[in-house]
Write a protein of this length. Sequence first.
Length: 176
Amino acid sequence: MPKKRLAAIHETAPAFSIHIGDTKGYGDCGRPFQEGQRAFFDTYAQPVVYTPGNNEWADCWKANRGSADPLAILAIMRDVFWSEPVLRAILDGADAFDGMVLVVQGHDHELTVDRPASKLDFDKPGVSHPNVLRLQVYGWPDMKAVQVHVDTGKPWVFGFEPLYAPGQSVSSHPGR
């Protein structure tokens, strides 16, 4: 992440930041890289919630990323970053919570706000998780941070706004 974008995030002084991954382009995906990413996240002024993208583990089988077993890389990431499974715990917590729950992800590189967990839960038939909201954030080549506003006095609770670094265009896609 360019230093200007990190500085723009720090300037807004959020309560915490959420990073949705895809931090890797090429090179070895192993423990040194993962620990380097952890050290980078430790430079944030606020707490960071991190969910990996496919580039940090699933694409690691490629020769330009070290020809590693993606499941072995995922095991390293679990050791470095987290130890409990993120989705079932979120849904169980949402079921017990009398409010809105926000899940943030990347991957499709488009800003999207929806309720994907409102479909039938196959593990718990009849449970639809209507209080789980998903924010899918921008990705390469249209990199932007998204500022999340929380207002518990409103039924929707969450508001979203792209956060541009100084001098960054609205879109890096030609014609947009």
